[in-house]
Design a protein around this ligand. Sequence first.
Ligand code: MRU
Length: 353
Amino acid sequence: MTDTYSDTNSSLRTVEWKNNKVVMIDQTKLPNQLVFVEYDNFHQVANAISTLVVRGAPAIGVSGAFGLALAVLQSNATSKDELILDLEKAKKILFATRPTAVNLGWGLKKIMDVAKTGNTIEQIKELVISKAKKMADEDIEINKTMGKNGSVLFDDNDTIMTHCNAGALATVAYGTALGVIRATRESGKNVKVIATETRPIQQGSRLTAFELKHDGFDVSLIPDTAVGYSMANGLVNKVIVGADRIVKTGHVFNKIGTYQVATMAKQHGIPFYVAAPLSTIDLETKAEDVIIEMRKGSEVTGIGDKKTAPDGINVINPAFDMTPPELISGIITEKGVATAPYDESIPKLFKAN
Ligand code: MRU
């Protein structure tokens, strides 16, 4: 077990390309062990995405890109056409792992586009690997810019609620929602954080509480059922969450429970912000066509190895929900903050320099 502190202002580095291998933090082991796993096969990366070894929209986007970089090294193709065919097959397998976060398809497409510009096998290998590495580095830079853009919306002594994990562990490093919180602290403001547990698989307690504590934040953990209590009793000034997909109308798809947090924030007049890079914005798909991943019932009928529900119980376990634009005070991106009407402000972000 190694604990590496990266050069990203003390936040963790989630996924990295090292010596032609993909190195990731195994998030299923957190918070008890900080373990790094190494993959040299794209099937292992696909499995890591479906089993949540790596999770969070930007992190799976970059992991998909690294998966294709492994596929290019694994291929025995002897012509450009054969290599592109091998990459298409790998892309299909990687894409099928999780349906809701748009970043996965975005990352895979970026790599396929660059692969097609190469003329020789060697050239394609070089192009694909360097593009995937660049996407990882850019993710950190984007998060830092987004953090600065969002930090002006938060005040000294704010207590900020967040749901799920939209932190360093959901990106390459630094985070989206937690990146804004980091940047707010770096701007000299004192902030406290309330993290929801985020059942069923507890990304809030296992990951957000872990990474904020790791980086010395004042963080309190609450069960998801205490969101209303915390807001009604003045414990929260603002809310910030990440997103897996945002459509043009400003509907935000994020971890199950986000909609409840946003509704409760509206009830109490508490600003509710979303932080996400442009790669999370899907201008093509309509809200009603977004696929919500349904996960296995055992995530709900137990915690870890402990069974907490009767055998044979029917379970409904959606991994994400949709928060409508009227509950959202602003969408923070690396190109600025979009506010309602989102169908006008979101497209403008793509035109900004
Ligand atoms: O199922 P997960 O853990 O991949 O879900 C993650 C989330 O819902 C995050 O909030 C979202 O991906 C934003 S990450 C910056």
